[in-house]
Design a protein around this ligand. Structure first.
Ligand code: NDP
Length: 434
């Protein structure tokens, strides 16, 4: 905290992990030796750079680009690029720190990284987005490589942006080595990567529910966000027989009491991914309820899935959800619940899964994309889906192993943090102090 007083999100993420680790470290003090914890919170390398590009009116625009190469103890740095006006060092360091534990949990050999820019893709033409991505890569390319650092998508970075970045990477490096995941299927992408984070979140929640002899069938589900993660979480929840009552964006919440059906979801996917439209317009065109400026947490549901952004669910929201009898909260986004909200869920005995466990399916399939690229092979849809399911089941079991409490309940926060930590810590200890 003394070193990074102006990085609240990073400190929040560190506090959550250290709180989980503390009792574990008392029992296993060797994990606190050789400055291990101090090294774990210090990023191996941070790159910040100017990104200049020319907009459609001929005006020069200047943005700030970042890449956080946080920890490479178990493999090359790996983590998405985020394009959003809120992007700053604190947000990217929290994400890179979380990513280190998440990647460890997947069991695949990937270190933790994250990057992005304060560029806002909203309202920009395809040409502007392309010129920005190319300008960003003009600097970033020299810091990437298939065995060094392999970025992917995140907020504001989908197939279009990954395509522009990966294309420029190939041009500048004169190499077709795959240094992005989330690529299009025509140039080395993996089947199931678009679905992976949303589906993985549902597979994880399914495991939590099974332990309580419950399932998604017939349950009501609220989802925040309407981007990549939210869309596919909704799709899989519907597939398992749940009723999805909400999606949202930064303008507010689309609330459909009778449930968003498969056809309506398809229309929303087209609206968001192709037309790049807004939910409010969709609601007004279709005479549906849109709650401007509101998040979905006041809606009484069995299962809540925050899939938009960090700190979008605070302790008041958590208390409302608990009061309304929520059974399970599984995070598709990274750190969407504040520390106080997590505390409310823990005290109430709500089944609560932190993002670093429940949303790890995205980076897991990114790891599978890297494996396919190395082999110059493409696996079938069913094969990737089966591996994703197996990985989410393994992560769940690992959380249960490290998060079981005396009363038989599972603290998934402790479970994920300890399980993720042990592998990274063992690797760091084995490789000496550097
Ligand atoms: P997208 O850009 O596809 O979608 C983001 C969604 O969240 C949009 O609906 C957006 O609304 C909304 N949103 C973004 N910022 C805010 C905000 N400040 N307030 C309210 N709503 C907001 O991103 P993803 O779906 O890829 O990512 C969502 C979350 O999941 C992030 O936390 C990301 O880090 C996490 N994640 C993503 C993975 C992936 O594979 N994509 C993997 C693991 C985690 P609007 O359009 O109005 O901005």
């Amino acid at each position: 905290a003394l070193r990074d007083p102006h990085q609240p999100e990073f400190l929040q993420a560190v506090k959550e992990v250290m709180t989980s680790l503390w009792p574990f470290l008392q029992k296993h003090p060797r994990y606190a030796e050789h400055g291990l914890l101090e090294r774990l919170v210090e990023s191996e390398r941070i790159i910040q750079f100017r990104v200049c590009w020319v907009d459609d009116r001929g005006q020069t625009q200047v943005n700030r680009g970042f890449r956080i190469q946080h920890n490479s103890a178990i493999g090359p740095f790996k983590g998405g690029m985020r394009l959003h006006p809120s992007v700053n060092l604190s947000i990217l360091r929290f994400l890179a720190f979380e990513q280190t534990f998440k990647n460890s949990l997947t069991t695949l050999p990937m270190g933790g990284g994250k990057g992005g820019s304060d560029f806002d893709p909203k309202g920009k033409s395809d040409g502007e987005v392309m010129r920005f991505c190319q300008a960003l890569m003009a600097e970033l390319y020299r810091h990437l490589g298939p065995d060094t650092d392999v970025p992917a998508g995140d907020i504001g970075v989908g197939a279009r942006e990954v395509g522009f970045m990966a294309g420029m990477m190939k041009k500048l490096s004169n190499s077709a080595s795959a240094v992005f995941t989330g690529k299009g299927l025509a140039f080395g992408g993996s089947l199931m990567r678009p679905e992976a984070t949303g589906y993985g979140t549902i597979y994880f929640a399914e495991q939590m529910l099974y332990r309580k002899n419950q399932s998604f069938d017939g349950k009501s589900v609220s989802i925040s966000g309407s981007g990549n993660v939210a869309q596919y979480a909704a799709e899989k929840a519907l597939d398992l027989g749940a009723k999805v009552v909400s999606l949202s964006d930064s303008d507010g919440t689309l609330y459909v009491k009778d449930g968003i059906g498969v056809d309506m979801l398809k229309e929303i996917m087209d609206l968001k991914n192709v037309q790049r439209g807004r939910l409010a317009d969709f609601a007004s065109r279709n005479k549906l309820s849109f709650e401007a400026g509101k998040r979905p947490w006041h809606i009484p549901v069995d299962i809540a899935l925050p899939c938009a952004t960090q700190n979008e669910l605070d302790h008041n929201d958590a208390e409302t959800l608990v009061r309304n009898g929520v059974l399970c909260v599984a995070e598709g986004a990274n750190m969407p619940s504040t520390l106080e909200a997590v505390d409310v869920f823990t005290r109430a005995g709500t089944l609560y899964a932190p993002g670093k466990a429940s949303n790890a399916g995205g980076v897991a399939v990114s790891g599978l994309e890297m494996a396919q690229n190395s082999q110059r092979l493409s696996w079938h849809h069913a094969e990737v889906d089966e591996r994703l399911r197996a990985i989410m089941k393994d992560i769940h079991e690992n959380c249960v192993r490290h998060g079981s409490r005396a009363d038989g309940s599972i603290n998934y926060v402790d479970g994920a943090n300890i399980a993720g930590f042990v592998k990274v810590a063992d690797a760091m200890l084995a490789q000496g102090v550097y």
